[in-house]
Design a protein around this ligand. Structure first.
Ligand code: SF4
Length: 409
């Protein structure tokens, strides 16, 4: 694709390429960097300078080899047929398009974004973020004809990124809030996303009004907008079909999707349970629900949590156990926003089955936590191992441990 125009080749054959630390020329964002985000914004035509690429802060060849750099990637688009709903869909295309680039890796999304460039592609001449911007503009305008104008800005100056991050967080929150009143019973279609199959070939996201995609970047409205924009694209409409199990969230349409898109690996999926046939997990999930057998309950850990969880394993180790497009009983990759779903793990006891969560996400989702559970979920500040957890839960009078919670049947 586009031979000779850019310093390196681009095309779907490069999707799934992983760049090890030893091969890495530079890392943009990722776990070692606090300030990072990517955002696509719809603008008025006169606010966008078509095909402009701007770099604010050090460019790739000015960043120390092997280091990790803060990054903000801003894409401004304009077009008479573009609507606000499409922003999140176009933003998720960054994952697809950046992974098309030979020697470039893109993972995660929003304020968790993680990119790497390898030494070989740097050596071939991919030494500037300007080239990345030009590739993005080429791909967006070749594939999505309703984009009339597009401008790309990379910011590597940490101070500038810190200034802009709160505004981006506001946009992400507004997108998440929009979906909260809608229920699975209100719609006839769910949406599937296969974008992560390059890394996890048997993974397929099933996106419903009550289950945002694992990456947290695509809710049901975004899925709908993406399908309308590109009916042949990676996001497809899924007829919901009859409901087989309303407690676990099993639908005939979602089962058929699992069978068709997992290459026959799975023929059932429970959308709201971590047991039996849990939703597959790719590698982009924002958090992991993990089973703690000693208390027959769950912990949740998010991507930004540093250090060991209550069972000793850090996020990275648990991610290895969870990811790869498998259904792993007791290990579930989720978006943090799923904590606000009325169907959050409803077959397993929902919030009442959660016994450990990092303090940061307890604070962030305090409004979603039932009142009678507040201060009864342990964090890293309360306990460091399962023995201490058991004592904490007894002291706090956690309803699950007291046997006050009955599971729905
Ligand atoms: S996590 Fe799911 S919705 Fe998000 S990009 Fe991957 S497959 Fe698509």
């Amino acid at each position: 694709m586009a031979d000779g125009i850019f310093p390196v080749d681009i095309g779907p054959q490069y999707e799934g390429e992983v760049i090890r630390k030893t091969d890495m020329r530079v890392e943009l964002g990722g776990p070692n960097v606090k300030t990072k985000f990517e955002l696509v914004s719809l603008k008025q035509a006169d606010e966008v300078t078509h095909e402009k690429v701007e770099v604010i802060g050090p460019d790739i060849d000015g960043i120390e080899e092997g280091s990790s750099q803060p990054i903000a990637l801003l894409v401004h688009v304009a077009g008479a047929r573009l609507e606000r709903d499409i922003e999140a869909v176009l933003e998720r295309r960054l994952h697809l398009y950046l992974n098309y680039i030979d020697g470039f890796y893109h993972m995660n999304q929003r304020q968790d974004v993680w990119m790497r460039l390898n030494k070989a592609s740097f050596g071939k001449g991919l030494k500037s973020l300007r080239s990345l911007g030009e590739i993005l503009i080429f791909l967006y305008t070749s594939e999505i004809d309703i984009i009339e104008k597009i401008q790309v800005t990379f910011i590597t100056d940490p101070t500038r990124i810190e200034e802009l991050l709160p505004e981006a967080m506001k946009v992400y929150r507004a997108r998440d809030e929009k979906i909260r009143g809608l229920r699975e019973s209100d719609v006839e279609e769910f949406y599937s996303c296969a974008l992560c199959q390059s890394f996890a070939p048997t993974h397929i996201c099933c996106i419903t009004p009550e289950r945002i995609a694992n990456c947290g970047a695509i809710n049901w409205f975004d899925g709908k907008a993406a399908y309308q924009m590109d009916p042949e694209g990676p996001i497809q409409a899924v007829p919901k079909g009859d409901i087989i199990d309303p407690v676990r969230g099993e639908y005939r349409g979602a089962d058929k999707l699992a069978l068709d898109k997992s290459m026959g690996a799975y023929d059932k999926v429970f959308l709201h349970s971590a047991f039996g046939y849990p939703h597959t997990s790719c590698g982009c999930f924002q958090a992991i629900c993990f089973y703690i057998p000693e208390v027959d309950a769950f912990g949740i850990v998010h991507r930004d949590f540093e250090g060991g969880t209550v069972i000793g394993s850090p996020f990275t180790a648990l991610a290895g156990d969870t990811s790869g497009g498998r259904q792993v009983e007791g290990f579930l990759g989720i978006a943090l926003e799923y904590l606000r779903s009325p169907s959050f793990l409803k077959a397993d006891g929902g919030w009442y089955r959660i016994v450990w969560m990092p303090r940061a996400i307890q604070e962030m989702y305090r409004d979603a936590c039932p009142m009678d559970l507040q201060n009864k979920i342990a964090s890293e500040n309360d306990v460091t191992n399962v023995e201490e957890l058991v004592a904490f839960l007894d002291r706090a009078g956690h309803p699950w441990v007291k046997g006050e919670v009955s599971l729905p049947v």
